[in-house]
Design a protein around this ligand. Structure first.
Ligand code: NAD
Length: 248
């Protein structure tokens, strides 16, 4: 019970096979009161019901600053506190550098980077008032190796921005008892990657991974649990690679 009675917000957690949903399920298993935030209210509510009783599902587009604040306010009104935020919502586009138009750049940086800022801003006043809190930001191996298998350069840039933002928040919020860390997943089989992975491609990709397999959402959820819980009470501004050794 690593998160007993802790109120945990997870953005982008309605997608059935996604990292956010796996994290929500694991957090619920560890006693957390989970709030699933996603674009569609019905899907968020269904995902919350799916992980057990007492959890909430709310609509929240993380690119909308007012919507982020409204969601945080509703959680505080209904559950009284906010202990954990997982900034997980993200999108990617498999474009090459010269194919990126303004709308592509805006869409990808808005969800991945601006959304991380806005949702963090929404919970920070409450965490400061509590003098405690843990924020985890979802970056990507794409930020570290300059491109993923499916993400475009604008995705790498946005996820690199997430690393910088996360460290800057860790520095500023540390004295208030709020820890901020990032996770950099490698290739994880979810809806973002799933449809494009043929059996042959999986075998080919696994050859470049020391642990010889692609990741699953639970691999990333476990790292989020560690960073959200008191097991990591003296860790802030850190980055945990969950990539099977892809960068060794
Ligand atoms: P996914 O597509 O399964 O889930 C993403 C979720 O984000 C969806 O539920 C979607 O509805 C939601 N979302 C999209 N835009 C949103 C918005 N504006 N506001 C709120 N919610 C929004 O993807 P996933 O693979 O589970 O990815 C989760 C996170 O992990 C993302 O940030 C992604 O970039 C990152 N990541 C994934 C991989 C991978 O291989 N799957 C690797 C590295 C990083």
């Amino acid at each position: 019970m690593l998160l007993k009675d802790k109120v945990c917000l997870i953005t982008g957690a309605a997608s059935a096979r996604g990292i956010g949903k796996a994290t929500a399920k694991l957090f619920a298993h560890h006693g957390g009161r989970v709030v699933i935030l996603d674009l569609d209210a019905g899907q968020a509510e269904a995902a919350a019901a799916d992980i057990g009783h007492g959890h909430l599902g709310l609509a929240c587009n993380v690119t909308d600053k007012a919507a982020c604040k409204a969601a945080a306010d509703e959680v505080i009104a209904r559950l009284g506190r906010i202990d954990v935020l997982i900034n997980n919502a993200g999108i990617t586009q498999p474009l090459k550098i010269m194919e990126i138009e303004a709308a592509n750049y805006d869409a990808v940086t808005d969800v991945n980077l601006r959304g991380t800022l806005y949702m963090s801003q929404a919970v920070i006043p409450q965490m400061r008032a509590q003098q405690s809190g843990a924020i985890v930001c979802m970056s990507s191996v794409s930020a570290q190796r300059g491109g993923g298998i499916f993400g475009g350069p604008h995705y790498s840039a946005a996820k690199g921005g997430v690393l910088g933002l996360s460290k800057a928040m860790a520095r500023e919020l540390g004295p208030d008892g709020v820890r901020v860390n990032s996770v950099t997943p490698g290739l994880i089989q979810t809806d973002i990657t799933g449809g494009k992975l043929t059996p042959e491609l999986k075998v080919e990709i696994a050859k470049g991974i020391p642990l010889a397999r692609l990741g699953v959402a639970d691999d990333v959820a476990n790292a989020c649990l560690f960073l959200a819980s008191d097991l990591s009470s003296y860790i802030t501004g850190a980055v945990i690679d969950v990539n099977g050794g892809m960068l060794i």
